[in-house]
Structures are given as structure tokens and as C-alpha cells.
Design a protein around this ligand. Structure first.
Ligand code: DHB
Ligand code: FE
Length: 287
């Protein structure tokens, strides 16, 4: 079976990618932010999975406003970095895992989650910036990646509850894969930020801290939070946080918190990052 052995979440701010690509990580503005990922980089090197299921949102890079899938699963052999207007980031092409992706597609669709299947997908900062934060600047990414793109850009995005239940379904689906593999699930985006309108620059540390606490200890309750509360309390782009519940659902009821980091600001955003491990990885067939 494929075993989910860890999960993590991180903001995916594009300026972080630019800071890495342009060699600015030691500058006073960026140094404290990157310091918060040092623990994770060491842990990630020691705990390399075979595959990362990487939950992120496309920011009108691969999808246009004319085609907006709610959940899109990357089934291709590889995923090139997207050109977001400044040329593609100088990062390796992302290697996929088509056999596990096909198994997830079949199992999840028969489990009544209607996914869009992507056999061609350019991946933007939502996916490549987390890879850079965790694995640095290698010539090849050290893991295979199955992208799972979630619509949080055009109304209506999926509810947190739907995302949480999709994570639980991913947990069951990976358990029924025929090959022994280790899998990590990542949730990206957030935390509080608003990039537009009169509240541009909005940050809410109190909300973000409570969100991190509840993500660890009260995911069932957190999954019931309505959209309006995300937007009011975490800003319009804070809705990206629903994606973290897919990661959380995939880890099972009880988790151990290995690392947490919170930093304001990173560009316009509250940077939130947490690393979790399932308390009981042996019981993956159950939620
Ligand atoms: C910023 C954050 C995001 O999550 C994003 O997708 C784009 C920009 C920012 O903080 O600037
Ligand atoms: Fe974003």
C-alpha cells in the first residue's frame, strides 16, 4: 500500500520564489522568513517520501477564467513551471507519478469526488514555491509530485468541509494502492492576506494562530467554518486556507505537531507553516 507518513502546509507567496531565484535569502527582509524553514529543510532531507501529493491553487496561469475546475488532478509524467508573466522560474520540471495518479483518479471518482484529470499542466508559484522552500535549489526535485489544483480564485470555491472529506478520501485511496510507497500530502496558500480593495494588506494574527491550533486539534470543527468567516477574518485571499483541510483530512484523526512557524509579513501575506505526522500511520484505511 501507499502510506501517508507526514503532511505539511505552507504559504506560497510568489516573492519568496523570486527571493530564492535572485539570491536574496540573506537580505535583512527575507532572512527571518527563511530561518523558519531551516528545521523543515533538514527534516525533509531525512524523511524523503516517494511521492508528494501537492494541494495548491492555480492563479490564472494554467486555467483561464473560461475554464475553472473545482478539483484538478495532475496525471501527466511531468509538469513544467508556468510562465507567470516574467518567464518561467528557473526550477526543475516537476516529475509526476502517473500510476498513483491514475489510481487516485479512479478511486476518488468512484468515491463520488468528481475530479478534472490533467494530462498537461503548467504549475505556477502555488506549487513551485513550496517545493523551493522545502527542498531548496536542486538540479532535480528529489520527489515525484502529484499536483492537486483547487479552485479558490473564482466564486464559488469548495467548502472547507468538502476539502476535508476529499483529504479523508485520499487517505483511503492511497491505502488501496498496490505498491509500497511513502507519501506526503502538502497544503499550500494562506494564511491571512488580501491583495485587493480597501482592505488590501489585511493580516489577522489572532485568527491565523487559532486556525493553526484548530487544524491540529479540532479539524472536524474547523471544517465547518463557512466561507464568509474566511473572507471576513483572513481577507479575500485567505480563502486559500480551505486547501489546508485536504492535507489535514489525509492524515487521520490524531496528529503530532513536529514544527510550526508564523511570520508577518512575507510580501502581503502572513506566512504560516506547520509540519504534522499521523499519530497512527498503521490505520490508514480508517479516517
Ligand atoms: C501574494 C500571496 C499569494 O498567495 C499569492 O498567490 C500572490 C501574492 C503576496 O503576498 O504578495
Ligand atoms: Fe496564492
Amino acid at each position: 500500500m501507499a502510506r501517508i507518513t507526514a503532511g505539511l502546509t505552507t504559504s506560497h507567496i510568489p516573492a519568496i520564489g523570486a527571493a530564492i531565484d535572485l539570491g536574496k535569502t540573506e537580505e535583512p527582509y527575507w532572512k527571518p522568513l527563511f530561518a523558519g524553514y531551516e528545521w523543515t529543510k533538514a527534516w525533509a532531507t531525512e524523511n524523503l517520501p516517494d511521492v508528494v501529493i501537492l494541494v495548491y491553487n492555480d492563479h490564472a496561469s494554467a486555467f483561464t477564467p473560461e475554464i475553472v475546475p473545482t478539483f484538478a488532478l495532475g496525471c501527466a509524467d511531468e509538469f513544467p513551471p508556468a510562465d507567470e508573466g516574467y518567464g518561467a522560474r528557473p526550477v526543475p520540471v516537476v516529475r509526476g507519478r502517473p500510476d498513483l495518479a491514475a489510481h487516485l483518479a479512479q478511486t476518488l471518482i468512484l468515491d463520488e469526488f468528481d475530479l478534472t484529470l490533467m494530462y498537461k499542466l503548467d504549475v505556477d508559484h502555488g506549487l513551485t514555491v513550496p517545493l523551493s522552500l522545502v527542498y531548496g535549489q536542486p538540479d532535480e526535485w528529489p520527489v515525484q509530485v502529484i499536483p492537486l489544483a483547487v479552485n479558490v480564485v473564482q466564486y464559488p470555491p469548495p467548502t472547507g468541509h468538502r476539502c476535508y472529506r476529499l483529504g479523508q478520501a485520499i487517505r483511503r485511496a492511497t491505502a488501496s494502492f498496490g505498491e509500497d510507497l511513502t507519501v506526503h500530502v502538502w497544503g499550500t496558500g494562506g494564511m491571512s492576506h488580501q491583495l485587493q480593495g480597501p482592505r488590501a494588506g489585511f493580516i489577522n494574527k489572532e485568527f491565523d494562530t487559532a486556525f493553526l491550533d484548530r487544524l491540529v486539534k479540532d479539524p472536524d470543527g474547523l471544517a465547518r467554518m463557512p466561507h464568509i468567516e474566511y473572507v471576513r477574518e483572513a481577507g479575500s485571499e485567505g480563502i486559500e486556507l480551505v486547501m489546508w483541510l485536504i492535507m489535514r483530512g489525509a492524515l487521520g484523526r490524531d496528529v503530532e505537531e513536529l514544527h510550526r512557524f508564523y511570520h508577518v509579513p512575507g510580501s502581503n501575506t502572513a506566512v504560516g507553516h506547520i509540519v504534522l505526522r499521523p499519530a497512527d500511520p498503521s490505520r490508514q484505511e480508517e479516517n
